[in-house]
Design a protein around this ligand. Structure first.
Ligand code: NAD
Ligand code: IPM
Ligand code: MN
Length: 361
């Protein structure tokens, strides 16, 4: 099979971690007889440096021409990078939001799984993580605060800034359906997270989710307020199967969930629309503090590539092979610094990629 994959290496650690994911994909291609047809695309700071804007129409068009896009992460250090001297809509993050919207990537799947081997890197007590946990965060990605009206005005000599949080029932329904469909293939439980005790948008969210749940009698639906959810994630992460939530809450809760798996460097993600197309990227950022040092954890990006093979190409055996290779390498005791614990062997980004590619059989 020929796989047409757009590649956005991005900024900071982006190029380092994407290079390792491509190495693993190339090995999968070799072993399973696929050709990887990569189209290197620019976005974020790297695009600003060349084109003056974080995302060009050419990048959008070429991304649409691909079957899937693999991405590192974009952005830089807001204090020191010249990108942050630009107007907000010209900064790296604006490119990411624009491509999500342009490709209608409304469903963001972030699987938080505690690998048995990584218990030592998890900051929670052993009695809490006994038996591991495996949850899927379904984050709505093209609505809410991120895409609402925004302005800053001066009124009577006082600066006031507005960000509006808007959802219509169609936007809620399509992400809810996706969450229930996924729950049907898992442990059949959906926890819908909102702030319905305060926000109108959350009250509509709850109503629509309840209605969608009517079509899935086998799935247990539970509602949880977001502040409680933040607490429950560290108190008892095992209770969660699918967490369904709006854009901003999902952003925050997924970083929290990543840490209980050991590190943000472990959390993969897939951003999907109604077709087989998807954008696959680690959930974490460009990590300017460690960029260029060769120590970033490439596993989230490698696992994102596995999600790509599964969702966009229906290559389940190949995706399984990558996930198995990651587990084996961890079992053998190899660790990047973010997941390091006593008695394990510390390796850098490149070596971790080599080891995982080497385990693809
Ligand atoms: P970050 O996720 O980049 O970093 C937070 C911490 O996690 C840092 O200490 C970093 O070293 C560590 N970390 C992140 N990924 C790691 C990995 N793979 N291996 C080891 N350690 C890792 O968050 P931040 O510092 O708040 O943001 C930095 C920049 O990244 C900002 O410009 C932000 O907008 C951007 N960002 C981009 C994306 C994306 O492209 N999807 C996601 C989040 C943040
Ligand atoms: C993420 C990131 C982005 C988000 C930023 C960089 C705009 O934090 O993908 O989680 O908030 O969605
Ligand atoms: Mn985030």
């Amino acid at each position: 099979m020929n796989l047409k994959i757009g590649v956005i290496k991005g900024d900071g650690i982006g190029p380092e971690i994407v290079t390792e994911a491509m190495k693993v994909l190339d090995k999968v291609g070799e072993v399973y007889g696929h050709t990887m047809d990569y189209d290197q695309l620019l976005m974020g700071g790297a695009s600003i440096d060349v084109h003056g804007v974080p995302l060009t129409d050419d990048t959008i068009r070429r991304a649409k021409d691909c079957d899937a896009v693999l991405m590192g992460s974009i952005g830089g250090d807001a204090k020191t990078s010249p990108w942050y001297q630009l107007e907000p809509d010209k900064r790296p993050e604006a490119g990411l939001l624009k491509i999500r919207k342009a490709l209608n990537l409304f469903a963001n799947l972030r699987p938080a799984v505690l690998y048995e081997e990584l218990k030592g890197a998890c900051p929670l007590k052993e009695e809490i993580t006994e038996g591991g946990f495996d949850m899927m965060i379904m984050r709505e990605l093209t609505g809410g605060l991120y895409f609402g009206e925004r302005k800053t005005v001066e009124e009577n000599g006082v600066m006031t800034a507005y960000d509006s949080l808007t959802y219509n029932e169609n936007e809620i329904r399509r992400i809810a359906k996706r969450a229930f469909d996924i729950a049907m293939k898992r442990r059949r439980k959906v926890t819908s997270v909102d702030k319905a005790n305060v926000l109108d948008s959350s009250r509509l969210w709850r109503k629509v989710v309840e209605k969608v749940a009517g079509d899935y009698p086998e799935v247990t639906l539970e509602h949880m307020l977001v502040d409680n959810c933040a607490m429950q994630l560290v108190k008892d992460p095992k209770q969660f199967d699918v967490i369904l939530t709006e854009n901003m809450f999902g952003d925050i809760l997924s970083d929290e969930a990543s840490m209980v798996t050991g590190s943000i460097g472990m959390l993969a993600s897939a951003s999907l629309n109604e077709t087989k197309f998807g954008l696959y990227e680690p959930s974490g950022g460009s990590a300017p503090d460690i960029a260029g040092k060769g120590i970033a954890n490439p596993i989230a990006t490698i696992l994102s590539a596995a999600m790509m093979l599964r969702f966009s190409f229906d290559l389940d055996a190949e995706a399984d092979a990558i996930e198995k290779a990651v587990a084996e390498v961890l079992r053998e005791g190899w660790r990047t610094i973010d997941i390091m614990s006593e008695g394990k062997n510390q390796v850098g980004t490149e070596k971790m990629g080599d080891l995982i590619a080497g385990h693809i059989a």
